[in-house]
Design a protein around this ligand. Structure first.
Ligand SMILES: [Zn+2]
Length: 150
């Protein structure tokens, strides 16, 4: 039987609080598979608390967009709209990559650029982009095939 020391139990209680973890994530978390003693050492260790049930909680690849989005979706501190707009872009990206040709028609291209603009303009994403106007200008040039060498 898995038992929790006082420190880990306090961390668990805080992490699964509704202000931090979106229900029903707390009840689905695989608490017995977590290295709770590592939580205080680094935020990278805490992501295992928010990983989807069934995922490997030890080797988490945060560079994988799908993994990162699934973690953010379960975190109550991340507004739902941010992951929704990112998900739309991820689905378009996966559709192109999995098709193998990397070619898209005009309609798909327009959808992609609309989704890029939506994600960059999201209220929680935009403040993290220092030169937002310049980025949007280049996205628009790229969408119109008019991006020159930078
Ligand atoms: Zn402990």
């Amino acid at each position: 039987m898995y038992s929790w020391c006082k420190t880990c139990a306090n961390w668990k209680k805080e992490l699964e609080a509704p202000s931090n973890m979106r229900p029903p994530a707390g009840t689905q978390a695989q608490w017995d598979k977590m290295t709770s003693w590592e939580w205080p050492a680094s935020p990278a260790n805490i992501v295992q608390v928010f990983i989807q049930p069934g995922f490997n909680t030890i080797h988490i690849n945060l560079l994988d967009l799908s993994t990162s989005l699934s973690i953010l979706r379960r975190c109550a501190r991340v507004p739902p709209n941010t992951t929704t707009v990112a998900d739309a872009l991820r689905e378009l990206r996966n559709g192109i990559v999995h098709a193998g040709t990397l070619k898209v028609d005009d309609s798909t291209r327009d959808d992609i650029f609309e989704n890029i603009r939506n994600l960059l303009s999201d209220n929680d994403v935009k403040p993290s982009i220092a030169n937002f106007d310049s980025v949007m200008e280049n996205v628009n040039k790229l969408a119109n095939g008019k991006l020159e060498r930078i």
